[in-house]
Design a protein around this ligand. Sequence first.
Ligand SMILES: Nc1ncnc2c1ncn2[C@@H]1O[C@H](COP(=O)(O)OP(=O)(O)O)[C@@H](O)[C@H]1O
Ligand SMILES: [Mg+2]
Length: 291
Amino acid sequence: MSSSAPRRGMLGRHHERGVLDEVLGDARAGRSRVVVLRGEPGVGKSTLLDYLAENASGFRILRAAGVESEMELAFAGLHQLCIPLMSHIDRLPGPQREALAVAFGLRGGAAADRFMVGLAVLSMLAEAAEERPLLCLLDDAQWLDRISAQSLAFVARRLFAERVALAFSVRTPPVDPQHDPWTALPELEVRGLRDDEARTLLDSVVPGRLDERVRERIIAETRGNPLALLELTRGLSTAELAGGFGRPDARPLASQIEQSFVRRIGGLPDAGRRGVGGGAPGPGGRVPPPG
Ligand SMILES: Nc1ncnc2c1ncn2[C@@H]1O[C@H](COP(=O)(O)OP(=O)(O)O)[C@@H](O)[C@H]1O
Ligand SMILES: [Mg+2]
């Protein structure tokens, strides 16, 4: 998963849990399901993928995550997802087997036929799901290499009566709006926590009493984004949390959040940087604000 922060109990998400429970139930009953969790960095997408994994008893679980630095590596994401299923490769029809073997570098040959690779992945997932239901989790799908993303979207559109659940998390706004292979797939928008849940989260991480006005302002400005709530409070001094915010010279909270991110990101090695999820610098090197 992308976040390096320790998992706390998941607050709220009644609607989302209901949807995801149905996804698992349908897949278990032989009606394949696909769901794309969309939301801004830090809003809780990976946490919901974890929820799926934790509730998928009886399922075989395959996971892969898009990695920004691997976006140029064709088939890297598919490879990560499918490698535990490679024992099934011999049961694939010849042309699919060849295409997959070439794509994954198990065999030399002309450039892998992309259509055949898509079919091979579809066959392999279907085959594995005969043994037991299969849950595939693709986190940070916006960073999958393009061919893996296209192949997985191809597979997602063709799953039907298998015992397969396929869940993607994709951040908004889109990394490349021209190329969003997930657009036609069923979506679950992930939004910030409700105000009462955000309050509970804040109270669980802030030592001592939080000034009421400060608390309301934090909740309003983070719009309930849990990562923003967690990170922000780590970047603020006790005095600020106890009410210093109200000073006329106080910087806007949004910029404090952003700067708190920048400070934190600046001190992290690359892997950790990505781990902050919401804080990874965008293409221009600028850190997008989480809220
Ligand atoms: N429903 C929730 N209740 C409490 N904390 C949450 C909830 N959802 C996410 N978090 C916390 O917020 C942080 C960011 O969540 P994450 O799932 O990594 O976001 P995303 O994958 O959308 O970037 C994590 O530390 C996570 O534990
Ligand atoms: Mg994530």
